[in-house]
Design a protein around this ligand. Structure first.
Ligand code: DGL
Length: 276
């Protein structure tokens, strides 16, 4: 699986590969495009096999390897695992088996939270598989051994977001029920440990004390990617905006409308790949 990289500083026009189980990773792509506008991106959303967050570690690992091999066919220069469930199940494997820089979303979000917290009481909401892996807990403890961590899975958030139900009474009620135990914990920082959750940010914030700071992985991950590209002399600078190509393993009817909400720009180049 090892592939050698050819490095040309500042002129590495090859794309960055990004994958998620579905649309959530587009929240990360949005920040990458803000921070690194000339970089081109190939995105893969594994919509046919979504959700990942309720599956076993072995299954998520296997999907993540397949997604990586698909993106490598597009000659990517770096890989962003824009899915917390994949980051917790597959990041170490991908990092050690593929010879290209790999960025996950858990490390960057945990670092941002560890810096932000005043009380050291950090809450994490994520999919069942991310919570079961205890990846956030372990990473946060490494960064701040005094931290007290409270974790809770919110399995209904992903289908709500994929359906575009990011506001309204039903979503508000579900958010309130999921956040109830967390309120009692009195955390001052809440990690949105799933790349779908930023779309529920307003509702989540409304259901918590206004002082609770929300951290999502999009910006810290984009910043981590920028520093890794820099360190590996893999940056690309140009006056033109980089291209964004989107591949999905299935194309639900409302994909473009909802995808544009995640991405914050028009979704023009979307292709379906049935076999990856
Ligand atoms: N976006 C994925 C994550 O960050 C989860 C979605 C899913 O369950 O497939 O964990």
């Amino acid at each position: 699986m090892k592939k050698k990289l050819k490095v040309r500083a500042g002129k590495e026009s090859r794309p960055i590969g990004v994958f998620d189980s579905g649309l959530g990773g587009l929240t990360v792509v949005r920040e990458i495009r803000r921070l690194l506008p000339s970089e081109s991106i190939i995105y893969f959303g594994d919509i046919a096999r979504l959700p990942y967050g309720i599956k076993s570690k072995e299954q998520i690992l296997s999907f993540s390897i397949q997604n990586t091999l698909f993106l490598l066919k597009h000659k990517i220069k770096a890989l962003v695992v824009a899915c917390n469930s994949s980051s917790s199940a597959a990041y170490s494997f991908l990092k050690s088996h593929f010879n290209l820089p790999v960025v996950d979303v858990i490390g960057p979000a945990a670092s941002a939270a560890a810096e932000l917290t005043q009380s050291g009481r950090i809450a994490v909401i994520a999919t069942q598989s991310t919570i079961a892996s205890r990846a956030y807990e372990k990473t946060l403890k490494r960064l701040k051994s005094s931290a007290k961590i409270f974790q809770s899975a919110c399995p209904l958030f992903v289908p709500l977001v994929e359906e575009g139900w990011v506001d309204g009474k039903i979503t508000e009620d579900i958010v309130r029920v999921y956040l109830e135990p967390l309120k009692r914990y009195r955390a001052d920082t809440l990690i949105l440990g799933c790349t779908h959750y930023p779309l529920l940010k307003n509702i989540i914030q409304r259901n918590l004390d206004a002082k609770v700071q929300l951290v999502d992985s999009a910006l810290p991950t984009a910043q981590k990617l920028a520093s890794i590209l820099e360190k590996n002399e893999l940056c690309y600078h140009s006056s033109r905006r980089g291209k964004l190509k989107i591949f999905v393993s299935d194309l639900p009817r409302n994909f473009v409308r909802i995808g544009e909400r995640f991405l914050g720009e028009k979704l023009n180049d979307v292709k379906v790949v049935r076999e990856i």
